[in-house]
Design a protein around this ligand. Structure first.
Ligand code: SF4
Ligand code: SF4
Ligand code: SF4
Length: 216
């Protein structure tokens, strides 16, 4: 998720540093010196030294879920904190991105993540919670939006999207209409588009082409 080049019209959100067990840092920390001590203080790790730049189209909960699924798959299963704990963290992240999140999940993720870091036998488990812990630390509002408002501000998590046109934002350009592969959008020149939810296959093509964030 995320990555790629930054679109000038879309704000920078942060960087993911250190590979799958690294951390996600907000724009305000972008001048952090790239040395072991400074990076460790942020909650990230140097890791491979790789860096992924993310803009407002990246959902930080989805990113945390993506990297956690990677480390769950890599876990050898030898110790319980990593084998069981990481899997439970992934399940909780899945629930949050599906709109089934509960308020206590944030504390659970923090406590479980810290326990795994302390108790895991090898470097994989000791660093695997970093993406979750750093996204909670720096992007807590996004977790709260998913859990309390059942909204994904980056419009990534499909279960949290309504596929409706917000007329106050829409400039009636028709780009979404042209982008829909199944003809689910009705639109006439100078009019607001309308999405037929029975026809919509939730492919998000309309969301991706709308520069005005008018489809939510
Ligand atoms: S922390 Fe290391 S040893 Fe323990 S299950 Fe994970 S990968 Fe295996
Ligand atoms: S692309 Fe966006 S702004 Fe243009 S008509 Fe569709 S919803 Fe409205
Ligand atoms: S999500 Fe895809 S199928 Fe649904 S209205 Fe948008 S472009 Fe059409």
């Amino acid at each position: 998720p995320g990555g790629g080049m930054i679109n000038k019209k879309i704000g920078l959100k942060g960087v993911q540093i250190g590979g799958p067990s690294g951390g996600c840092l907000p724009e305000s920390l972008l001048d952090t010196p790239i040395d072991y001590e400074s990076i460790t203080q942020t909650g990230a790790i140097m890791g491979s030294g790789g860096m992924i730049v993310m803009d407002e189209r990246s959902c930080m909960v989805d990113i945390a879920k993506f990297f956690t699924s990677f480390t769950v798959a890599e876990s050898c299963g030898k110790c319980v904190p990593c084998r069981v704990g990481l899997k439970r963290m992934l399940e909780v992240l899945e629930e949050i991105t599906e709109g089934k999140g509960k308020e206590e999940y944030i504390n659970f993720l923090q406590e479980m993540g810290t326990t795994i870091k302390d108790a895991a036998l090898c470097g994989l488990g000791q660093t695997a919670p970093n993406p979750v812990l750093t996204t909670i630390r720096y992007f807590l509002d996004e977790y709260k939006a998913h859990i309390k408002e059942k909204k994904c501000p980056a419009r990534v998590c499909i279960e949290l999207l309504k596929f409706e046109v917000v007329e106050e934002r829409c400039v009636r350009c028709g780009r979404c209409y042209k982008a829909c592969p199944v003809g689910a959008i009705e639109w006439k020149k100078k009019e607001y588009p309308r999405i037929d939810k029975d026809k919509c296959i939730k492919c998000k093509s309309c969301i991706n082409v709308c520069e005005f964030r008018a489809i939510q």
